[in-house]
Design a protein around this ligand. Structure first.
Ligand code: FES
Length: 157
C-alpha cells in the first residue's frame, strides 16, 4: 500500500514537474504582449501607411481606375489584381479589357509584353484583341470588361 502510494505520488509529481515548464513558457510568451506601453504604439503607426485615405480623396471612386495608358505596353497587357481586370493594348492607342480570372481554373492571368495574355498556372494564353483562348487548357474566352479611356486614365465603365 505504501509502495503504490509512492508510485502514484512519484508519477503525479513527475507530471507536475513536466507541466510547470510548459506553463512557464506560455506565460513568458504572453508577457511581452501584456505590456500596455509597447502594444498601442505599433498599431497606430501600422494603420497610417495602410490606410488608403492618405493617398487620395475617396478610394471607392478611385477604385474604378484600372491603369494609366502609359503603363499598358503596346502588344501586351497589364493586370490590375485588385479589380481582377487585365487591360490590353493590341495596337498603339487601342485599349481593351477583360476579366483577369482565367477561364480554366480561376487563376489570375499575368501582365505581359509578349503579344498574349498568359496564365501562369497551366500556361493558357489568351488573345489581346478579344480574350479568346489561343493555347493551353483554357477553352473559353476571358470575359470582356467595359472601359473608358480619358486622357491618360483607364477606368472601368
Ligand atoms: Fe489558367 Fe489553368 S487556371 S491555365
Amino acid at each position: 500500500m505504501t509502495a503504490m502510494n509512492r508510485r502514484r505520488a512519484l508519477t503525479g509529481s513527475a507530471a507536475i514537474v513536466v507541466g510547470v515548464p510548459v506553463l512557464a513558457a506560455c506565460g513568458s510568451d504572453d508577457e511581452p504582449t501584456a505590456d500596455p506601453s509597447s502594444s498601442p504604439s505599433p498599431s497606430p503607426s501600422d494603420e497610417s501607411p495602410s490606410s488608403p485615405s492618405t493617398d487620395g480623396t475617396e478610394t471607392p471612386s478611385a477604385a474604378a481606375a484600372l491603369a494609366t495608358t502609359s503603363a499598358v505596353p503596346v502588344g501586351g497587357c497589364l493586370v490590375n489584381a485588385d479589380a481582377k481586370v487585365v487591360v490590353t493594348q493590341p495596337t498603339e492607342g487601342d485599349f481593351k479589357a477583360f476579366s483577369a480570372v482565367c477561364t480554366h481554373q480561376g487563376c489570375l492571368v499575368e501582365s505581359s509584353s509578349d503579344g498574349e495574355i498568359p496564365c501562369p498556372c497551366h500556361l493558357s494564353h489568351f488573345s489581346l484583341e478579344d480574350g479568346s483562348p489561343l493555347s493551353g487548357p483554357a477553352s473559353a474566352p476571358l470575359a470582356p470588361v467595359e472601359i473608358t479611356v480619358d486622357g491618360d486614365s483607364i477606368t472601368q465603365a
